[in-house]
Design a protein around this ligand. Sequence first.
Ligand code: FAD
Length: 356
Amino acid sequence: MNEMAVVVVGAGQAGLAAAYHLRRRGFAPGSEYVVLDHSPRPGGAWQFRWPTLTYGRVHGMHALPGMELTGADPDRPSAEVIGEYFTAYERAFELPVLRPVDVTAVHDDGAGALRVDSPSGTWRTRALINATGTWDRPFWPRIPGMADFAGRQLHTAQYPGPAPFAGQRVVVVGGGTSAVQHLLEIAAVAADTRWVTRRPPIFREDTFGEVQGREAVAMVEERVREGLPPRSVVSVTGLPMNEAMRAARASGVLRRHPMFERLTPEGVRWADGAHWPADVIVWATGFRAALDHLAPLRLRESGGGIRLEGTRVVRDPRLHLVGYGPSASTIGANRAGRAAVNDLLALLGSPVSTAP
Ligand SMILES: Cc1cc2nc3c(=O)[nH]c(=O)nc-3n(C[C@H](O)[C@H](O)[C@H](O)COP(=O)(O)OP(=O)(O)OC[C@H]3O[C@@H](n4cnc5c(N)ncnc54)[C@H](O)[C@@H]3O)c2cc1C
């Protein structure tokens, strides 16, 4: 059994930011804190994003604390750029990331500590910073007829870029930025496309500045404080318009259809009986927080969410959720990592070691 003061689960933006601050505050890497991650390489979820999501197309990627990301080629896939940046970051700050380590469950050990289980080992820790993101929990809505559809269905998490959709009839479902990006790419090569969303999309013509950002975060924060599941970012920010989207609107590609009622073997059918034959359905329907490993701790409120005060779990102050709800952005993840470490210092006292 490995004994730690803090275990960080997840080495994406949020987990690395937390690890950086643990180190700065004097926790010894590897003996007082460790970062466990089940992905094969550095990069968090970015390593799995589709090749056409180039660095120039991500919006508002904030650097990790203490090291800028400079000179990146905007035409290279963000998976590569950010993977390399995270690799350099982990090395520069000698962060103790162990991978692949799949955390399967976290238990209260009954003696004041938490037990972190994985097939690669067990850790006993006084506190845990959870930074497991959402990529591992793609959300698929349940629609009648899904099992009967004869074509292909895939989620954003499996989106390979537009090439395989050449000449096909494709339905893209979802009202977020990923859906719009998939649609515009696919429409350039497909025989035909349909864009389907549950609610009418709200396009933003204004620039999304700091004030709007703060407002959006405050709305999600309020839900999390009440113990409700956090809402998706787009539900509070709307879809920022760009040139490509304006052109797609003018050409009819970015024309929203309401949600269909069911899938048939050949396509999709709306409540009014209209039917559209399709070869592929792309479910760009978002993600949920990947928190199954925390289930033994029974952290959920009756509202279905986990109540937080800042990043601290109200039901168990040994736990912090970073990159969750209001901090599910690169800038939010940075701030949350720092806040969690500051808060844990009050709980744990100063670390034993004096690591720089
Ligand atoms: C398509 C897409 C584009 C985005 N673009 C932007 C953008 O441009 N700007 C922005 O600010 N935000 C963007 N976001 C939001 C973005 O995901 C966050 O900003 C941020 O990168 C998430 O960091 P994270 O550390 O919380 O999670 P992740 O990057 O998902 O990292 C979580 C890590 O935890 C690991 N993990 C998960 N479960 C376990 C487990 N049980 N055991 C061990 N390890 C585990 C995973 O392997 C992963 O490495 C985007 C999101 C998506 C889906």
